[in-house]
Ligand binder design. Structure first.
Ligand SMILES: [Zn+2]
Length: 236
């Protein structure tokens, strides 16, 4: 318990301290590396699975500046992996680069996407006590909407974790009025995994000022710190 309290305190300091974030940015740039010390997958009985959405043949949404969502998702997830390492957690990643090794029979983009989505769900389901966090960026037809939003799966623990993460995200965007919401039935992966699962739409790449922030490494680090903080609080 004491250890967990110390972790919480340390992480709270990490999130609110600009100097701490700046130090992290320096530590993380340019390419996040694995923590030097021995880490463990398991904390609070869970194995953290970080899922940077899209990748490979699927770039996801395209931002107003032309950046692919898949790259932003990966940057945030890699930063979250490193920050998690500072707290003794070594997440399982559903992908670690923009390249994916598709099977030969996955020829069309649709077939590649189907294979990849099922692969990710199977990975999460193959782990005992997985805790799944999917990282995405939102897009809308108008430039107006902004703010991060956390969606939760219909599995035990998901809604509570989403509420915690949604409130923690106020640390990076205090004016955000989005609410944690149940994931729509149409999102395959979130409806085919059995563990606690949240999908974080970190912001809107269709909103010019927000897209600029989402593409900024220091903002990506702040988001990553919040995601890890929300995870640690959810499982402690
Ligand atoms: Zn997405």
């Amino acid at each position: 318990m004491k250890k967990i309290c110390m972790v919480r305190l340390a992480l709270a300091g990490l999130i609110v301290s600009a100097a701490g974030v700046a130090a992290l940015v320096n530590a993380l740039s340019p390419a996040p590396k694995a923590p030097a010390f021995e880490a463990t997958h398991v904390r609070g009985g869970y194995t953290l699975v970080l899922d940077p959405g899209h990748g490979g043949a699927d770039g996801g949404a395209v931002s107003v500046s032309g950046a692919y969502e898949s790259g932003i998702n990966l940057e945030i997830a890699l930063r979250a992996r490193q920050i998690a390492g500072f707290f003794g957690v070594d997440p399982v990643m559903t992908r670690e680069s923009e390249e994916l090794n598709y099977p030969d029979d996955a020829v069309t983009i649709r077939a590649k996407k189907v294979w990849d989505t099922k692969r990710r769900a199977e990975l999460a389901n193959s782990l005992e006590d997985a805790f799944f966090i999917s990282i995405h960026q939102n897009k809308f037809t108008s430039a107006k909407p902004s703010g991060s939003q956390v969606f939760f799966a219909d599995t035990p623990g998901s809604a509570d974790a989403a509420q915690i993460l949604q409130s923690k995200l106020l640390a990076v965007a205090p004016g955000n009025r989005q609410n944690a919401t149940k994931i729509p039935d149409t999102v395959y992966i979130m409806n085919h995994i059995s563990c606690p699962a949240v999908l974080i739409e970190c912001g809107f790449v269709s909103n010019i000022p927000e897209a600029k922030k989402l593409e900024d490494p220091s903002y990506q680090t702040k988001l990553a710190a919040v995601i890890v903080g929300g995870y640690l609080e959810s499982v402690s």
